[in-house]
Design a protein around this ligand. Structure first.
Ligand code: PLP
Ligand code: SF4
Length: 491
């Protein structure tokens, strides 16, 4: 038992504080002398087990509830090749895996959902095993990866394809240079899973699925221009390596990218971005070529006085198990800093308790909660978005609930290419029409950027106004005027 688990046992029986140390604590050699000390009366209420639930990690063979995995051993399930090979990549494969667990109506709903909101399907056995298939409609993992037609809502009228306008800031196809000293390198366009809410749906996945705007090959030859551009811009100190997802780069390519970028004198910070730890954590433990490549690049950076970190993307505690804890511990012990960027998603983490739990559990694993994003305005996922006011409310609950350095900043990546804005920093927010108005002087001083809350969460008056398309221009104009920014150009 670890010393933290033992501390948890400083418990309270029948709600009466017990002013003595548990046997576990007393058995720890370094703490034995404390058993002689009289313990002062506590000033705090007793701690319930619920409040410490973030310290529990599922160490069971949870995947065996899926009939197809019933006989899969722990060793096999932890093999990253098993995860890749058995990921559901088509509706047929998904149906075969879950048909014994769900109703035919649900399966039909999924099929219709995929028809109406076309996306690439890729769903790992790890995630599939963590969905509560008895109640798939409300399951935080199902919501993120599998559309169901009965829950889809019409897109917001102000939504546009590639709402972040990343292609406008791309000097070469796989590089986005929007901010002064940092750049986003997109070396590939595949991921270990496909998320419904992906901002880069303009570029992610096989061509056939939808009208793709851009395509990024995982080929070192195609990266030369991006490397040359980065080397030619002395102001760039910070490179995010994203994609797609760096989980899908081979170990040798992780090394090639890391070594090349670290050799550029003005580049001081690298971040490898991957949703992998949240969707296939075992790869870190069993694809040792890959994890060692990352660890070696982190070491190489440190030797040169440069920081290399892993940025990941957990959205709910349901994605976290004892496998995750073990994987994060492996990285931590080997000196890899891991930070987390969540997206605020309706039904997944849009209540204060869910977010506080997530933040605490990540912190417990030494994964630093970095950002919580307001959901981007993306096609076909309107039922996943929340209001800006929800973000504000959750931020209030989270700040103060744990260490400040583990407290995420809540941001909106504003449509139109304004980049990330602190969600609180709007110049005006109309709670009736759901329009928030932002400026982003570091990106463009002359522009004003708008974010739009999902219409069906607005008060009735707001819904009524959006229902009448002749009102749309007036809604926008009023908000910009109220912000006192009519002299700026709408992004
Ligand atoms: C998010 C992002 C970055 C990194 O921004 P941080 O706020 O430093 O995490 C860099 N470039 C682009 C285009 C981005 O969207
Ligand atoms: S893993 Fe990241 S890039 Fe890939 S689909 Fe999900 S959100 Fe998009």
């Amino acid at each position: 038992m670890s010393s933290l688990e033992a501390l948890k046992r400083i418990d309270f029986v029948h709600d009466e504080p017990v002013n003595e140390l548990s046997q576990e604590i007393c058995d720890i050699p370094e703490l034995q002398h404390l058993s002689q000390v009289e313990i002062p009366s506590p000033l705090k209420d007793p701690v319930s087990d619920d409040a410490l639930a973030h310290r529990d990690f599922d160490a069971s063979s949870f995947w065996q509830v899926i009939p197809a995995f019933a006989k899969v051993s722990r060793e096999e399930f932890l093999d990253h090749r098993f995860q890749v090979k058995n990921s559901a990549k088509s509706i047929e494969q998904l149906k075969t895996l879950i048909a014994p667990l769900v109703s035919p109506e649900f399966l039909q709903d999924v099929e219709n959902g995929l028809e109406r909101a076309p996306m690439n399907l890729r769903f790992s056995p790890y995630l599939l095993s963590l969905v509560d298939w008895k109640n798939p409609y409300d399951d935080p993992i199902r919501i993120q990866f599998i559309p169901v037609a009965s829950r889809l809502l019409p897109d917001h009228p102000k939504l546009s394809f590639d709402s972040l306008h990343e292609q406008d800031d791309a000097p070469v196809p796989n590089l986005v240079h929007r901010y002064y000293d940092k750049a986003l390198f997109l070396p590939l366009d595949v991921c270990p899973v496909y998320c419904r809410f992906c901002t880069r749906s303009y570029s992610i996945g096989p061509e056939a699925a939808h009208g793709k705007l851009a395509s990024f090959r995982a080929s070192p030859k195609e990266w030369q221009q991006a490397f040359a551009y980065l080397a030619s811009r002395p102001e760039i100190e910070d490179v995010v390596i994203s994609g797609g997802d760096t989980y899908n780069l081979s170990a040798s390519r992780i090394r090639l990218i890391g070594e090349t970028l670290l050799a550029i004198p003005h580049i001081r910070r690298l971040r490898f971005a991957s949703k992998g730890p949240a969707v296939m954590p075992m790869k870190i433990l069993t694809d040792t070529d890959w994890s060692q490549a990352l660890i070696d690049i982190v070491d190489m950076g440190r030797q040169r006085g440069k920081e290399v970190a892993l940025h990941t993307h957990f959205n709910s505690v349901n994605e976290i198990t004892d496998i995750t804890r073990e994987a994060m511990e492996h990285l931590f012990k080997n000196g890899v800093t891991v930070r987390n960027q969540s997206v605020l998603i309706r039904g997944v983490n849009d209540d204060p308790e869910a977010m506080v739990n997530l933040v605490r559990q990540l912190s417990y694993m030494n994964v630093q909660p970095y950002y919580v994003y307001q959901h981007d305005m993306v096609k076909g996922v309107e039922e996943m978005r929340t209001r800006v006011s929800t973000s504000l409310e959750i931020e209030r609950a989270v700040r103060g609930s744990t260490a400040g350095f583990n407290t995420p900043t809540f941001v909106t990546d504003v449509p139109g290419g304004g980049g990330k804005r602190d969600v609180h920093s709007y110049d005006y927010y109309d709670e009736i029409t759901g329009v928030s108005v932002y400026r982003s002087p570091a990106v463009d001083e002359e522009k004003v950027y708008l974010y739009f809350d999902p219409i069906e969460l607005l008060p009735e008056e707001g819904q009524r106004r959006w229902a009448d398309s002749s009102q749309h221009d007036a809604i926008v104009r009023e908000a910009v005027e109220a912000a006192g920014l009519s002299h700026l150009t709408l992004a």
